[in-house]
Design a protein around this ligand. Structure first.
Ligand SMILES: [Zn+2]
Length: 111
């Protein structure tokens, strides 16, 4: 019963770079529409977007507390931090796997 989810949605999951670009309003209207349609149809990506926005918001609030010049913050900084926090969450979630694969030293995934 895979037909509930159209093939095109399953083949075009959004990556985090695209989610960040959309959050920053830098996608074309057409791309934004496609991304939103995918988010509506794909719970995985929707959850991804929500967690990313939450993380980014917390980071932006932190920067706001730290200094008045948040307009000058490079866009890569919140993205990297969001990625880092995601990696931490995932490695905690996969603790048993991590313990097993850590010894090989060759199983590090960023995504
Ligand atoms: Zn997806």
């Amino acid at each position: 019963m895979n037909e509930l989810q159209p093939q095109k949605y399953r083949n075009s999951c959004l990556d985090r770079g695209l989610l960040v670009t959309m959050r920053d309003g830098e996608l074309t209207p057409e791309e934004t529409e496609q991304a939103r349609a995918h988010l509506a149809a794909c719970p995985d990506c929707a959850a991804d977007e929500r967690s990313m926005q939450t993380a980014s918001q917390e980071i932006y609030e932190l920067f706001t507390l730290l200094g008045p010049s948040q307009d000058e913050i490079p866009e890569t900084q919140p993205v990297l931090l969001a990625l880092q926090s995601r990696i931490e969450v995932e490695s905690r979630r996969e603790e048993s796997h991590a313990a097993a694969s850590y010894s090989t030293g060759s199983n590090i995934r960023l995504f």
